[in-house]
Design a protein around this ligand. Structure first.
Ligand SMILES: Cc1cc2nc3c(=O)[nH]c(=O)nc-3n(C[C@H](O)[C@H](O)[C@H](O)COP(=O)(O)O)c2cc1C
Length: 189
């Protein structure tokens, strides 16, 4: 087994422009979701919910993302390159896992913990990708994550919160390099 330090430090976000457009196996998506469910969560209330988008459902959603970008961006801020980039997602992205947090309590502290637990689950997805040399992805909190339009598009209930999307695709080669600041500066003495 690879060294856990190496797995953590070589975990990278890979973006749609890096994907080669080949489809990923559905079993890989199942592995990511199954491992997400092993994340820590307070009182084992399993606050995560997932919607898997692929094929037509993925295309339709990405078309909506593009339409909303065109509709909601003021003319003076409109960037055709960004619109073209979103358009390429339709051919590059294999699956998107819609990340949802479901609250089972009115307590704001509990709800905070639910969100944190889902984030732990997403980290498990990220780390699980290390076992697949030609699959990559990243957590996107763009594409309307915090707006009511997407909440309604996915038929979410009032106790469900959209937390973004895990965008996935096939890679020819993985990037592993990055940098972090010296950890000592984050220790409050
Ligand atoms: C909560 C969260 C939301 C994110 N949303 C976005 C996003 O909307 N767009 C994006 O390009 N990257 C997004 N990322 C990925 C970060 O940009 C990425 O983790 C960071 O650049 C570090 O790169 P690495 O993951 O390869 O170490 C998000 C990450 C987190 C944790």
């Amino acid at each position: 087994m690879d060294n856990i330090n190496q797995i953590i430090r070589e975990r990278r976000s890979h973006y749609p422009h890096e994907f080669n457009g080949l489809p990923l196996d559905d079993s890989l998506i199942d592995t990511l979701i199954e491992n997400a469910c092993w994340a820590p969560n307070h009182t084992l209330n399993f606050p995560w919910r997932f919607i898997v988008l692929k094929d037509e459902a993925l295309k339709n959603w990405l078309q909506l993302v593009l339409n909303n970008f065109i509709k909601d961006t003021p003319a003076e801020k409109f960037n055709q390159k960004k619109a073209d980039k979103i358009q390429t997602y339709q051919t590059q992205v294999s699956h998107a896992i819609v990340l949802v947090c479901e609250h089972d309590s009115e307590s704001l502290n509990k709800q905070k913990e639910d969100l944190l637990a889902v984030a732990c689950g997403v980290q498990n997805m990220y780390l699980s990708l290390s076992q697949f040399p030609s699959a990559g992805g990243y957590w996107s909190s763009g594409m309307g994550t915090y707006g009511i339009a997407m909440h309604n598009y996915f038929n979410l209930k009032s106790n469900q919160v959209l937390m973004g999307y895990f965008m996935l695709g096939s890679l020819d080669k993985k990037r592993i390099d990055s940098h972090r600041k010296d950890f000592r500066q984050f220790i409050i003495s």
